[in-house]
Design a protein around this ligand. Sequence first.
Ligand code: HEM
Ligand code: NFK
Length: 288
Amino acid sequence: MSIEHGERPLEAGVRTDFSTTMDYAGYLNLDQVLTAQAPVSDPAHHDEMLFIIQHQTSELWLKLMLHELRATRDHFDADQPTRALKTLARVKHILRTLTEQWSVLATLTPAEYAEFRSVLGSSSGFQSYQYREIEFLLGNKNAAMLRVFESKPEIHARLEATLHEPTIYDSFLRMLARLGYGIPERILTRDVAEAWVEHPDLVPVYTTIYEDVDRHWSVYEACESLVDIEDAFQLWRFRHMSTVQRVIGFKAGTGGSSGVAFLRRALELSFFPELTAVRTEIRDLRVE
Ligand code: HEM
Ligand SMILES: N[C@@H](CC(=O)c1ccccc1NC=O)C(=O)O
């Protein structure tokens, strides 16, 4: 049937009575979600809404990332590297979405941001506990980061618990050990609350896998998925740093850091350094 009078008619089966059944807004708790945007500037600055929603949507994606990263760790603990591929793929796409999302915030000019930056006080993304938990799960452990949450006992306790949990990489390597790969003992018994440091004696294990991928296919795919995550995470960090630079230049951050210089240093961190190191070891084959 063609469109009449420019309108799409409601079909007879379309439900319209929700007095006794759940509807869209009810299922999604939209009453709470859509009343959670409270600009502090007075009178409300037009661009503060962008700033709030950019952060709130980021935090929602971070929540899903945490969920998927924990599931990934469970899959490794259950010796199921193929299942981990699915959850890692989802994490990768969330990171891409978050990185792409910087372009919305980049429409905020320095002059516009300067008009309401002072109302932010000393609040800063540095205090994002979900972000810190993700960094911990991926291996960037740092007990000093907990100090920011000293006045929030519940959040402090949650982060402290995650600090002492094995990382995704710890679980991955323990799985490799159970599968018969020669993972050095000191790696398997390391203090998981410590930041990961590069272990050169792990590289030969990866060389074995990368030099005969057909034989080691499922763990090889998992290795490459971890590399995808590292890569996607670095792109997010870079876009954060470059967006901050174009919006506040080299001003100090509201969280008390030097600002761009501090964010730039994060680009030197690596979650899975041996998976980068193995690339140097792969022999170029001679083609006659
Ligand atoms: C105009 C927008 C933004 C500016 C100017 C900005 C600036 C900064 C600065 C200067 C820092 C360093 C800590 C400090 O001293 O404050 C920081 C940290 C951080 N920001 Fe932002 N930021 C912006 C947007 C965002 C957004 C949208 C997110 C998304 C959640 C975010 C998440 C973070 C996180 C997680 C950190 C800690 C990074 C780390 O520990 O390496 N920021 N930001
Ligand atoms: N650190 C930022 C402020 C900022 O971006 C911010 C403030 C409150 C809530 C989240 C924020 N986002 C990221 O750091 C600044 O120095 O301008």
